[in-house]
Design a binder for this molecule. Structure first.
Ligand SMILES: Nc1ncnc2c1ncn2[C@@H]1O[C@H](COP(=O)(O)OP(=O)(O)O)[C@@H](O)[C@H]1O
Ligand SMILES: [Mg+2]
Length: 219
């Protein structure tokens, strides 16, 4: 017995709504991701396609790293949409900054959400896309919260897809920091969490020009 097509379509449309993909990324698909003879983009797209094909047999997530505007969020959203449309997998998009803000807000008595009710979908969704990991200056609270979320998903064997603009390098610490050096991912989420990420995700490096700027200069 198989489900009728309209049932599957209605389910996919419910899952797309529930995934909270921001409107500006709603049109991001694999089909409109241009590789523009850039080998890192071509290989990132291949890894994404292979990941979609093999899920859920292979549940290791993806960590898209690279500079701003190379298409990390585009590709990560495309992966989420394919998992929903082709495989009916419940997915959730969260921007890192927004997630931390919402958790902090939940401590405010006037907002009637609790930290737990907010975090439950983040823990429980089958595939989480955490966009722009490390985009907030770290405090002990940020380290604890990120550690809590990633460790819970790791322990429950759930898949996390991540994007980051930061260099995926170890923490250099404030002591040895030169004035000009940008923070690394290790600086922002802690070295323990960075190494946990490498167990949870396959690292996909993307480099190239900022796509938006390129479009602007082409015009
Ligand atoms: N290779 C690409 N092909 C098509 N569109 C792209 C590509 N790279 C970026 N874009 C578009 O440029 C904009 C910025 O890309 P985004 O994925 O947000 O970059 P990043 O997350 O790496 O900073 C988005 O509108 C995205 O759809
Ligand atoms: Mg992005």
């Amino acid at each position: 017995m198989t489900r009728c097509e309209c049932f599957l379509k209605a389910r996919a449309s419910r899952l797309i709504d529930a995934a909270r993909i921001p409107a500006r990324y709603a049109c991001c698909d694999l089909s409109n991701f241009r590789i523009q003879s850039n080998p890192t983009l071509a290989s990132a797209k291949l890894v994404a396609e292979k990941f979609i094909d093999r899920y859920p047999i292979e549940r290791t997530g993806l960590l898209f790293e690279g500079s701003i505007g190379v298409g990390k969020t585009h590709l990560a959203v495309a992966v989420l949409k394919e998992l929903i449309l082709r495989k009916g997998i419940p997915c959730l998009f969260y921007e890192y900054r927004e997630l931390l803000k919402s958790i902090q807000n939940s401590y405010n008595n006037e907002v009637h959400t609790t930290e737990l009710s907010l975090l439950r979908p983040v823990f429980e969704t089958e595939v989480l896309l955490l966009d722009e990991l490390g985009a907030v200056k770290p405090t002990d609270w940020v380290w604890d919260t990120v550690g809590f979320i990633l460790n819970t998903r790791y322990n429950d064997n759930r898949t996390t897809v991540i994007t980051t603009n930061l260099m995926n390098e170890p923490a250099m610490g404030t002591g040895s920091r030169s004035v000009m050096r940008a923070d690394t991912l290790g600086d922002r989420i802690g070295e323990r969490m960075r190494s946990r990420l490498h167990e949870m995700c396959r690292v996909v490096h993307m480099e190239g020009e900022d796509y938006r700027q390129k479009l602007r200069s082409a015009r």
